[in-house]
Design a protein around this ligand. Structure first.
Ligand SMILES: *[C@@H]1O[C@H](CO)[C@@H](O)[C@H](O)[C@H]1NC(C)=O
Length: 299
């Protein structure tokens, strides 16, 4: 009896997961992945970049759970072309990234660092060349250190935020806290409260622990992440099609495993696995293949 029920349950999950495709969503709905400069770029001392508060914080001993820094992170500063190809491989329409303030203004304000501007121009041009729309976040926590020095007090709220994050971090990582129908009620709340504005989900995702004991092959088997995005997308679709919510896009956090603030490299959020022991090689997880299937489906 139990056995039969289990089979039915598995069948239903697979049915749901294969039901969804790009064609289920209104025309023009945008699928993308999201990232942030400090968590991805590395190259923290290159081309005139100034330090940010997160450089200082991550270099103070005992603040980051694996004692790591984001000095290299996943090296997207140098590997953006390869990463854009990965987005293209799975049929993503857009990429949300943030601009590192201290690359543009190494001192926080005043003199512009042309090399920083050039970098983001190259990144944007490379995205456009592959037909991927850039979505730019102007600020994603990496405040220039010189502004912190000049206007004392930014760092203390930062530490408080980081501590709250640390406390909540473990709780948020549990499957129990994943509530896919919550996205549908949230979209309906926004619709009712604010007169149905254009809404984009700028990041949604889940992490796996970085467990050095498991093989890469096993780490790529992220069926739980597939289930996660499938459940959220089905609920989001319900809010659009059945409830009339004006939702125009969904960005997965994140394209790659990356440096997760106080959790360092202990947490893996990517559709692509990063081999931190072998030159940051990128491998598609099953969830990347699942997105490719739904995004490239033609019927
Ligand atoms: C990080 O550093 C602290 C303090 O030196 C040490 O107690 C801890 O074991 C280190 N953690 C890791 C994961 O290396």
């Amino acid at each position: 009896m139990c056995f039969a029920i289990a089979i039915v349950a598995i069948f239903e999950i697979q049915l749901c997961m294969s039901d969804i495709s790009r064609q289920s969503f209104p025309k023009g709905f945008v699928f993308g992945t999201a990232s942030s400069s400090f968590q991805y770029e590395g190259a923290v001392k290159e081309d005139g970049r100034g330090p940010s508060v997160w450089d200082t914080f991550s270099h103070s001993h005992g603040k980051i759970s694996d004692n790591s820094t984001a000095d290299v992170a996943v090296d997207q500063y140098h590997r953006y072309e390869e990463d854009i190809q990965l987005m293209n491989d799975i049929g993503m329409d857009a990429y949300r990234f943030s601009i590192s303030w201290s690359r543009i203004f190494p001192e926080g304000s005043g003199k512009i660092n042309q090399a920083g501007i050039d970098h983001y121009n190259k990144l944007i041009n490379a995205l456009l060349a592959k037909g991927i729309q850039p979505y730019v976040t102007l600020y994603h926590w990496d405040l220039p250190q010189s502004l912190e020095d000049k206007y004392k007090g930014w760092l203390s709220p930062l530490i408080i935020v980081a501590d709250i994050y640390k406390q909540n971090y473990k709780a948020n990582s549990l499957w129990l806290y994943i509530v896919p129908h919550g996205i549908r009620s949230t979209m309906n709340y926004i619709k009712q409260k604010y007169g149905n504005p254009l809404t984009i989900i700028t990041e949604n995702g889940m992490d796996d622990p970085n467990d050095p004991r498991i093989s890469i092959t096993d780490a790529l088997k992220d069926e739980k992440r597939i289930r996660y995005h499938s459940d959220y997308l089905i609920n989001l679709l319900g809010s659009i099609i059945e409830d009339g919510c004006n939702v125009k896009g969904y960005f997965v956090w994140s394209l790659l495993d990356n440096w997760e603030w106080q959790a360092g490299y202990t947490s893996r959020f990517g559709l692509y696995f990063i081999d931190y022991k072998d030159n940051l090689k990128r491998y598609p997880k099953h969830s990347a293949e699942w997105f490719e299937k739904i995004l490239k489906s033609t019927g």
